[in-house]
Design a binder for this molecule. Structure first.
Ligand SMILES: Nc1ncnc2c1ncn2[C@@H]1O[C@H](COP(=O)(O)OP(=O)(O)O)[C@@H](O)[C@H]1O
Ligand SMILES: [Mg+2]
Length: 290
């Protein structure tokens, strides 16, 4: 079998990929279908799109989805407010409506003269209609702008990467039309590689103490938000900057606030975990942790 088109993406030096993920990316590129990546926060979904763009040397356009985002506004919006303002207060010629047509990220991706990578980040944030509407726009690519009577021309189908957090279900019709890949939360061995990408000179002992502590915290089911990769990276950065001795990492978990972002989780941690540690009375009678 010729592999032409199936091995375009080989990864990038700052992003750790599995072979299965690289294959999914290459299949999506070759078949010109959107790649849908799902996984918990911190599994590198957003960074993947950056890595693809870098790896195959294309420009990246990022469309961050919000709860109110509609597929149509990804194509373009007609800025009537600006036009009204110009007609009232300016001496500008407002007869050319084209100047008030503002392309959205999808529109920008479609009219781009070069092939680009389009990241549609966190699709699960929008309402239930959004995924199917979006795929219709992506299938059609060209779009008609009634306000100007023009139809846009698409030269290249963008390479589309769509990310979604694991919890929310997406419509079946949508899933059928995408190439799907689920990124598992990294196991300790893979996480070691990821951390080394960010801290190439990290000492082995520090790395192992931090990872062991991190994975033991992730086992606590009562946390509302388990610490994920971003928090681990921040925490390790603080541990290095503060020259914390390795041996206190698992026993005291210094700078736990970097790992646990929810107040309730931090309180749970202090009450259930830290209580096991020795406490001392200060002069004013309060107990403090040592
Ligand atoms: N495979 C990986 N290689 C390198 N860094 C990674 C990888 N996965 C996650 N990271 C790091 O973890 C953090 C979270 O990644 P991100 O792409 O924002 O995750 P997600 O979008 O899945 O929530 C980033 O700081 C990123 O640098
Ligand atoms: Mg993300």
């Amino acid at each position: 079998m010729t592999t032409d088109g199936f091995d375009k993406f080989k990864g990038s030096h700052d992003y750790v990929t599995s072979e299965a993920l690289r294959n999914a990316v290459n299949v999506a590129i070759a078949l010109k279908r959107p790649l849908l990546v799902r996984g918990e926060p911190g599994t590198g979904k957003t960074l993947l799109a950056h890595s693809i763009a870098k790896g195959i040397d294309k420009k990246l356009i990022v469309w961050n989805i919000k709860s109110t985002t509609k597929a149509q506004e990804g194509l373009y919006v007609y800025d009537t407010v600006q036009r009204l303002n110009d007609s009232r207060f300016g001496d500008k010629d407002i007869s050319d409506i084209r100047q008030y047509i503002k392309l959205g990220k999808l529109g920008e991706a479609f009219v781009s003269k070069e092939e680009i990578v389009l990241l549609i980040d966190e699709i699960d944030k929008a309402d239930i209609e959004f995924p199917n509407d979006l795929l219709n726009e992506i299938d059609e690519m060209s779009f008609y702008i009634p306000e100007t009577g023009e139809t846009t021309v698409t030269v290249h189908r963008p390479i589309v990467v769509i990310t979604s957090n694991a919890e929310k279900e997406l419509p079946d019709a949508f899933l059928r039309r995408c190439i799907f890949h689920y990124i598992e939360f990294p196991d300790p061995a893979l996480m070691e590689e990821i951390i080394k990408v960010h801290f190439p000179d990290i000492r082995d002992n520090l790395l192992h103490q931090a990872l062991a502590t991190f994975y033991s915290l992730r086992k606590i089911d009562d946390f509302r938000k388990k610490p994920s990769t971003s928090e681990l990276i921040d925490w390790i950065r603080v541990l290095i900057a503060s020259s914390t001795p390795d041996e206190v990492i698992p026993s005291e978990i210094p700078f736990a606030g970097t790992l646990l972002k929810k107040e309730a989780d931090h309180a749970y941690f202090v009450n259930n975990y830290m209580k096991k540690m020795r406490t001392t009375k200060t002069a004013d009678g309060y107990e403090t942790l040592r």
